[in-house]
Design a protein. Structure first.
Length: 449
């Protein structure tokens, strides 16, 4: 009897040690997630030159810039990524020129830049794509650099002085049929340009390089209330290239170092009354701003954000700056959201440690790894699992299980069960996909023995 009790005690101790080992393993895996799981991926074989604009339209990602190859296909300055391969949009915007802005309005995608042909159609620096063909909408007399939707109309900014043949200095409105000016517009000589537009507090904000708006002084940023232009504090001491609304405030990024007479290193925020810095800012210029997963992402030509190393891209959570997966080896000139993932474009050829020719995707496992994308009453059990994981409450099309390096280690098609009995113990991430290939749930699962 004593020997049996000793044996039972020994077995209990062994089981406790195994459990402690599993807990330690999980702890190490959690640490590994924070360090390694977040990563940049290439987008096919990429694009052969500068990407300046990204937009999601009709289920595909569109990239615009100054290039002639996307993947292995000839694509003049604009291309479509369907999740698997790149393709051209007709003949694009022809040889030469470039695309600098893309946005969706009234079911069509609008393309702006410096070009005179779109799909073989004569245009003037702006065109409309309906998913099949390009068409002209009148046009602008010079380069288009910004597109934004505000109060049901499309607004365009750039270096032009005419819109649809009528006077419109650097900014104009398109209502789907006709062009109109915004008062006397924006001007400060031939070099004046509107680089960015944003809708904030029911007013349209324009930023760029200029000294007057509506005939009155305005330092590189101004706002339009539908009738007249007005200043935004005392403005910025140098151009702002990007505007974005985040957490109820307007953020501006660019080449400035003061905002409203306050120090602000290349980025500042406006609360409707006054300007303030965003942490300690960057050490060089910002080109683009974008909201993703409730955080503000900034891309540009900097190497420091908030006092920490951040190569050309960083994110702001409302309190602190942080780097994004090692960043890029050169300037980021475009940011966009497609299929719940963040994409970046620019001059770079590497993102993190991975080759990525001028466009890259931030791995979704790195940004949503500890939370569901959409609960949808989807159940995952048992968790921890030893042999098999079962999905309840949802008819799945595809299941994928990844390790901490983002590598797929198990998968199942049109099944609600996934075998895991052959996997090492530890922490994994399970993704549940619907029939459209969209993730409906992401959850961490423990595989134990």
């Amino acid at each position: 009897m004593y020997a049996e009790n000793v044996g039972d005690g020994f077995n209990i101790v062994v089981e406790i040690l195994k459990m402690k080992k599993l807990i330690l393993s999980i702890t190490l895996y959690l640490f590994a997630f924070s360090v390694y799981a977040q990563s940049w991926d290439s987008v096919g074989t990429g694009i052969n030159n500068l990407v300046l604009a990204l937009a999601s339209y009709n289920g595909s990602l569109y990239a615009g810039g100054q290039f002639y190859l996307a993947g292995e296909d000839t694509a003049n300055n604009i291309a479509e990524w369907n999740g698997t391969s790149w393709s051209a949009l007709s003949t694009g915007t022809g040889n030469g020129g470039y695309v600098s802005s893309l946005t969706v309005y009234n079911g069509d995608m609008y393309v702006g830049g410096g070009f005179y042909l779109a799909g073989g159609v004569s245009v003037d620096n702006i065109a409309k794509w309906n998913g099949t063909n390009f068409s002209s909408i009148g046009g602008l007399s010079s380069i288009v650099r910004a597109l934004a939707v505000h109060n049901g109309s499309l607004y365009v900014g750039g270096s032009f002085g005419l819109a649809g043949g009528n006077s419109a200095s650097r900014v104009a409105k398109w209502d789907g049929t006709t062009w109109s000016a915004l008062g006397s517009g924006i001007y400060s000589g031939n070099l004046s340009t509107v680089h960015s537009l944003a809708s904030y507090n029911d007013e349209l904000y324009a930023s760029g390089y200029f000294a007057t708006a509506g005939g009155a002084p305005a330092n590189n940023i101004a706002k339009w209330n539908g009738t007249s232009w007005s200043v935004v504090g005392t403005g910025l001491n140098s151009p702002a290239f990007a505007l974005c609304v985040y957490n109820g405030e307007l953020y501006a990024g660019g080449n400035f170092t003061t905002a409203g007479d306050n120090p602000a290193n290349y980025i500042a925020k406006w609360d409707g009354i006054s300007w303030s810095p965003v942490g300690s800012g960057m050490n060089n210029s910002i080109s683009k701003l974008c909201i993703f997963n409730n955080e503000l992402y900034a891309g540009g030509g900097f190497t420091v954000a908030g006092g920490i190393s951040a190569n050309n891209i960083a994110k702001w959570d409302g309190t602190n700056w942080s780097a994004i997966g090692g960043g890029m080896d050169s300037t980021v000139g475009a940011l966009g959201i497609h299929d719940s993932a963040l994409y970046a474009g620019g001059l770079f050829t590497h993102a993190g440690d991975n080759p990525a020719n001028h466009i890259a995707k931030w791995n979704p496992l790195g940004i949503g790894i500890l939370e569901s994308v959409n609960e949808n009453e989807v159940g995952i059990y048992p968790n921890p699992a030893t042999t098999e994981i079962t999905i309840t409450g949802y008819t799945t099309a595809y299941l994928k299980l990844c390790n901490t390096l983002g590598q797929t280690v198990a998968e199942a098609n049109k099944s609600n069960k996934l075998y895991v009995g052959n996997l090492p113990q530890g922490l994994y991430v399970l993704q549940v996909f619907d029939e459209k290939g969209e993730v409906v749930k992401t959850e961490k699962v423990i595989v134990g023995k």
